[in-house]
Each structure stands twice: as C-alpha cells, then as structure tokens.
Design a binder for this molecule. Sequence first.
Ligand SMILES: NC(=O)c1ccc[n+]([C@@H]2O[C@H](COP(=O)([O-])OP(=O)(O)OC[C@H]3O[C@@H](n4cnc5c(N)ncnc54)[C@H](OP(=O)(O)O)[C@@H]3O)[C@@H](O)[C@H]2O)c1
Length: 283
Amino acid sequence: MANTVPDISLNDGNTIPQLGFGVYQIEPKDTAEAVGRALEIGYRHIDTAQMYGNEAGVGEAVRASGLDRGEVFVTSKLNNGFHRPEEARRAFESTLSALKTDYVDLFLIHWPLPTRYDGDFVSTWKTLEEFQRDGRARSIGVSNFQVPHLERLAAEADVVPAVNQIEVHPYLTNEQVRAYGSKHNILTEAWSPIAQGRVLDDPTIVDVAEQVGRTPAQVVLRWHVQRGDIVFPKSTTPKRIEENFQIFDFTLDDTAMERISGLDKGEAGRTGPNPDEFDYIPA
Ligand SMILES: NC(=O)c1ccc[n+]([C@@H]2O[C@H](COP(=O)([O-])OP(=O)(O)OC[C@H]3O[C@@H](n4cnc5c(N)ncnc54)[C@H](OP(=O)(O)O)[C@@H]3O)[C@@H](O)[C@H]2O)c1
C-alpha cells in the first residue's frame, strides 16, 4: 500500500490534505527548519496561527522549498486580541505580510471567547466572510467552537465554516461536537492529536501498536484518519516528523478502532482549556 495523503473536500469546493504539520510551540527561530524538513518528507499542509508568533518561518520554508505556493495548504488563525472587525482586518493583513503570500488556504477564528467582546463572535465571523469573498482566504473556518457557538453562526451568518478545529484524541473523543460537524458538513480538525504525547504509553495503545507492528503515535494518528478527521501532529524531532507521516500504508480493524475510542475520559481527558471558559488575550 503506497503512503499517499488523501485530499478531503471542504463544503466550499476546495480540498485539504488530511495530514498536515502543526507548528504550535515551535520557536520562531526554529520554525523554518522544522517546516522545511516536513516539506522535504512530503507534508503539504502547515497549521500555524498569529498567536504562535511563527508565521514568518512558515512562509520562509514554503518559499525555500522550491514548491509552488499552490502545492502547499497553509492555515493561520486570528489572534484572540483582534476579534473586532477593524482589528481583525488589520491582523489578517499582518498574517499575509508575515507569510509573504497574497492568500491563505484557510483562516480560522482561533477561539470563540464567549465571555469577551460582549459574547459577539458573529461580527468577527462576518469579517472572515469578507476575506473569503475578496479571495485572500480561500476557505474560512473556526476553532474551539462548541455546539451552541456553531448553532449561533448557523442562525446569524451566511457562510457555514469549512472546518472546526477542536481538541480530539483518544482521551477526549469529543463526539458531540464532531457529530454536529458531520451533520452540517463542517470537517473536524483534531488538535493535539496525540495529546502532546500523553496517550502514547497507554497500555491499550501500546498493545494495538505491537499487534500491527507500528509505533503508538502512528496508531493514534491512523485512528484519527480512519474516523475522517484532519490531523497535523507537531514535532521538531526529524525522526518523528517522518514517523508521523507514515500512516497511510496500514489499517486498523474495527476492534482496534473501538478499543482506542473506548479510552475516552470525557471532560477529564482535556489537556487544553475548556472553550466555554477560555478568555485569554495576549498582552
Ligand atoms: N486551535 C487550537 O486551539 C490548537 C491548540 C493546540 C494545538 N493546535 C494545533 O495542533 C497541532 C498539534 O498539536 P500539539 O502541538 O498541541 O500536540 P501533538 O501534536 O499532539 O503533540 C506534540 C508533542 O508530541 C511529541 N511527539 C510528536 N510526534 C511524536 C512521536 N512520533 N512520538 C513521540 N512523541 C511525539 C512532540 O515532541 P517533539 O517536538 O519534541 O518531537 C511534542 O511534544 C499544533 O502544532 C497546532 O498546529 C491547535
């Protein structure tokens, strides 16, 4: 079986590679090197954000790779401090200039911040709709939106988000939000897909990995893609960047899939903040 990354269709007609490379917590000075390595291995989808402070390194690596801009899918996300429309417009321009590109493939509202901005994330979303209309964001979506937040967008806005990027891994399978997404044609992107390493020594994961002759990280990433979600594991370790890419040349059977899904701990399994409460704004 060849190791080919599938392209998945978004609800706006664009496509996205199901496996990408995440750059959260990669130092700005190390980003171009890590992304360059990922592009050499074959990754064609990079997930960054304004709040990661490393968009410039992503752009630098894409240009240095010799690939055409159109061959690499680049996502960025709006800084929590810039939800008001005027600020969002300025911030979006700063993303394009940091990346040195005239469009992003996908732009997301990073967090809904329901306790900030008088609970208004709808005007922020309508501002992202402008970026899509003028072609500078090919697709637009949200991140960390809970079901009531998505319902509110459905009632008050025109465009259905192409994706919702949420925390998902074997300890937090996040079924309710995923189910809303599948019902409404919003793809789920699973962030912290290996729970930042925390699930890798779980005895069930280790056992499945031994059975299929793969590493725990490969098994967990494979579980995500068989569920239909998009993943972009982060690593600055060259061997792991390569390991995480080799997940399309084997399959997990139903029993293995169910054993891994059975590890869900619900809210107790969250590694990141709860989106209903999270209100962080960078200084
Ligand atoms: N929208 C959001 O709010 C949000 C929040 C969090 C993350 N994200 C996105 O999701 C991406 C991935 O999530 P994440 O970075 O939080 O965590 P992750 O990808 O689940 O895990 C990354 C950690 O696991 C280690 N690792 C990676 N591959 C491994 C392997 N094969 N074996 C053993 N350890 C391995 C890495 O170490 P080394 O680097 O030392 O190798 C790193 O410490 C982020 O980079 C970001 O793009 C989005």
